[in-house]
Ligand binder design. Sequence first.
Ligand code: DX5
Ligand code: ZN
Length: 214
Amino acid sequence: MIKISPSILSADFANLERDIRKISTADYVHVDVMDGVFVPNITIGLPVVKAIRPATPLPLDVHLMIVQPGRYAAQFCDAGADIVTMHVESDTEANLRDAIERVHAKGKRAGVVVKPGTPAEAVLPYIRDVEMILVMTVEPGFGGQSFLSDQMIKVRAIRKLINEQNPVCELEVDGGVAPDTFRACIDAGANVLVAGSAVYKAPDIPARIRLLRG
Ligand code: DX5
Ligand code: ZN
């Protein structure tokens, strides 16, 4: 069963509650946190996660694109995150292990993320300890970019590693997922699809979510 995690980066920030209600048939709500350092953009932070928490019963899938994410991991859990994913490029292995433990100590799910230039093997130190691995299919930083189909090789490789080492771990893809690209992600072994513009720009959002489930 494929899960859909619409990214509210493509929502109307002046009407977030309304726009979160529009995706009530999805599985997760994807929240892109950017610090202007790890990526060249600044988006949502702790107060917004806290504010949207009561607006939906869906799990909040919080994607941290910030340096040294362990500094804030527990605070994002307290603010209402259910899943906290952190980039393998954003800190040392020791600090990321510590960050994953902080999320687990809060009773929440933790995940690691790899940028397009990062090899599949970069998830190996964490794969047995996380509930989600996220493969970026665009360079992180902005919504509405084109899907990088060459990342499907990595999705396949990580699917194999997950099946061998931690079969309950979810495999998510993020960036440029749309009606013409989602099938490749599912075929490569992803089970959670993030989609921002493809969901929010659709004339019929529930129909678009249904379509992306395959
Ligand atoms: C990009 C973000 C994505 C983005 C996806 O850095 O991590 O979640 O919102 O947007 P689309 O689906 O429009 O590529
Ligand atoms: Zn994201």
